[in-house]
Every structure is written in C-alpha cells, then in structure tokens.
Write a protein that binds this ligand. Sequence first.
Ligand SMILES: NC(=O)NCCC(=O)O
Ligand SMILES: [Zn+2]
Ligand SMILES: [Zn+2]
Length: 487
Amino acid sequence: MTTKVIKGGTVCTADRTWKADVLIEGEVIKQIGEDLKGDEYIDAEGAYVIPGGIDPHTHLEMPFMGTTAAETFESGTWAAAVGGTTMLVDFCLPGEDGSIKNAINEWHRKSAPQICSDVGYHMAITGWNEKIFEEMKDAVDMGVNSFKHFMAYKGALMIEDDEMFASFKRCRELGALPMVHAENGDLVADMQAEMLEKGITGPEGHAYSRPPEFEGEAANRAITIADAAGVPLYIVHVSCEQTHEAIRRARQKGMRVYGEPLIQFLTLDESEYFNKDWDHAARRVMSPPFRSKDHQDSLWAGLQSGSLQVVATDHAAFSTEQKRMGVDNFCLIPNGSNGVEERLAVLWTQGVETGRLTPNEFVAATSTNVAKILNIYPKKGAIVEGADADIVVWDPKISKTISASNHHSVLDYNVFEGFDVKAQARYTLSRGEVIWAWGQNSQPQPGRGRFVPRPAFNSASVALSKWKELSSPKMVQRDPMNIPAGI
Ligand SMILES: NC(=O)NCCC(=O)O
Ligand SMILES: [Zn+2]
Ligand SMILES: [Zn+2]
C-alpha cells in the first residue's frame, strides 16, 4: 500500500498543538511523529495540519418552497473540499409518500454518483404516525441516527409539540439524537401576514416577522420537551442571545443541550435585509434571519466559553432567479444561503486572527465537537492513529478575497462577497487522497465520496437514559395497613 507523509507541519487538534509529521497508509493515519518516511511527501512547512472540517448542516439539491436548492451533491462537496471541509451531513426530507426509508434511499440515489468527499445524513421528522415511529428504527439501522424537527414553516414542515414529544421519546429508545429548528411557527405565520397587510412585502419583512424572541421561546420549549423525554438535544442554526441563553441555562442544570451557530450569524448582520438592492437583501433571506451585532457577540462568547459547540453553514443555495420567486412577497423567497466553502476561512479570519478563538478551539468548532456529538469520533474529527486520513494542510499565509467570480459553488452570488480572508487549505485530503491542492488546477472527482453510517447510542445518550431511568417516578410500596379502605 502506498504511504504518504505530511511533512514539516504543526499538527493542531482540538486539545493540543505540536510539530510532527503524519504518515498515511491507504485511507488512514498510520503514525504521527518526527522524521517519518513514506513513498510520497506533502509539504506542510509553515502550515497547520488539522482534521478535515465537518459541516453538519447542509441542504444539497433540497426540494423546498416550490423549488430545489441549486447546489448539487457534486458542486457542494467540491466547494466544501476547496474550503477545507471533508465531510458534510445533509438533511433528508421525506417525499410525497412520507416514508423515511424511501427518503434515505432517494438521498443515496442522488448523492452516491456525485459526492467528491464523504457525507452523512440527518432525517427530518415532519409529522407523526405509526409508520414514522417504525421507520425511525430503519433510519438508525441505515446509519442515520439524528432527526430534525421543524418548529417553524407552518403548513409545510412544521411539527406540533405533542408530535415532537413522541418523536423525542422514540429517539431515546433508539439512542438517536433529536435536533430542532427553533422558531415559533405560529407566531411567525401571524407576523408574516401582519407585515404583508402593512404593505411590507420586501426582504425586510422577513427579519421583522422572525424576531429573536420567537426563536428563544421555541428553544426553551424544545429543551423542556427533551428533558421530559430524557434525550440530549441539538439546536441547529442558533442565531441569537435568547436561544444561547436557553442553552446556557439548560447546560448549567446538567442537561445535554448542544448549540450550533452558523458562520453567517457570526459575521453578517440584519442590516443586509434593509439594503436598497432587492436582490442583495433576498439572497440573504434565511431562517432564522441574521441578527444585530449584540447577538453576534453572544454567539462568539458561546464559542469561547463552550456553551456553543459547533459552527455550521446551513448551506442551502438558491440562485438569484430562484430568490425572485418572492419578488412581490418575502414569504415566497426560498430560505437559505451559502457558506460551505467559506466557513473555515471566515471563522479563522474573524475568530483566530482576532484572538477570539484559539486554533484548537477553531478545530473543535469546525470538526471535532460535532464528530463526537454525531458519534463518528475518532474515525472523523481527529488526528490520531487509525483515524480516517481526512486532513487539511491549513495555510495561514494564503489570503484571498471571497467572490462569486472565484468560488466553486454553482451560485451566481456569494453572501460573503468582498470578505478578505487570511487562510486557505493548501491541501485537502479525503481518506488519504489529495483532492484539492491550492494553485494546482485540482478537479472534482464525483463518486469517490462515501456515505458514513453513524451508530446510535453515543455516550451522552446512554448516560442520560440511565439517569432518566434512575430518577424516573417510582411507585411507593405501602403496607396495606397504612392504606385506608376505599369508600
Ligand atoms: N435555514 C434556511 O433558511 N433554509 C434551510 C432550511 C432550514 O434549515 O430551515
Ligand atoms: Zn432549519
Ligand atoms: Zn437547515
């Protein structure tokens, strides 16, 4: 088997940083140490050697709001690889028949011939019945152990509290992880109608109709339901202090609640929706919406203190033409924005280069933490012997200006247009193969990526289940002498 050595770099993981070479044999890391020898060498001089990024939140080719997300599995995984991300976890949505099994198979059919690097899936639970209850087990058997619940998108994907509680309890039985999109969908629908009545039909209506309080309320509700069900909870796309506060409070009480801010929420703010150029504003419409600077500060603080664990993108790319479906009514603008290629560089530049994050915290937030939460650690998210050689030679000396004219997404715009970033992937390796090399005309290799099945029952869900069992209500055994006779 051919061996490769990543030579002369500084290995940087979630918990330490040290000078070392990394020897790769086939698809896995064989050894980490000094002066290692191999058949081929990859130059890492002056660069960090980090675990490949894992973006746990994407929507490639997603049918949504009357159209289909433009980013394909090929272009999405390719853009990700260019940006230093070697694994995406995409959301499966059930089709017309409502079947979970069929949805996962449909995702395999679409993704398998296209993916350039590895993927996993989460499954969306958009209703509740016997078949969904049964098929959640099939999903887990198929390697999909996390289920997203939409508390918003009324009349489409939204789920009611009792259904969510039933699904969370099923997650507990299966050792699976429930996830929520936390926004109060009833209030959002009402506010949307109010905005339209007032004549506010532009993208600013999107921001007005989805205030942070609606998100915080839903987050608190989801946390209560998860606690009652005895399951951990992962809150996707955390955008504001209200949700962060709910997570902080829950964690302080010992609950296993995880929060995922997006790179967009950390770096872009609500003023974008008030831009005079309709296209500019509409391209940034996503749910929840971008917030004010105060909320951004809260999210950064969460990453620093550990109350928020993961930075994702929610990459759901709709072209300008698709966004224009909502030109007369902001409620019809397909929700979503890009970020899969930019996530690492923007987080590095605005996080590490500013001193807000250490390089180790950067690795934790972009790769390691979510690998642990999703139960694929240390196969992914680690630089240790035996792990998949998903590795990025991260060069803090390559700077560039982000632009739709040089990105690898199919999108005709980029929400980070004009951002100057200070680092880039010099090399991206997926299971030992160099799939991207800066400045060397690398090309996508559709079909080489693999689906990564994720086992259920990670340690947090096992521990929580045990605790729930121990602390569950118990009948008091009484001597019949101490029970009064009935009437
Ligand atoms: N976030 C968003 O606006 N679009 C994708 C769907 C979702 O995650 O809610
Ligand atoms: Zn969502
Ligand atoms: Zn999403």
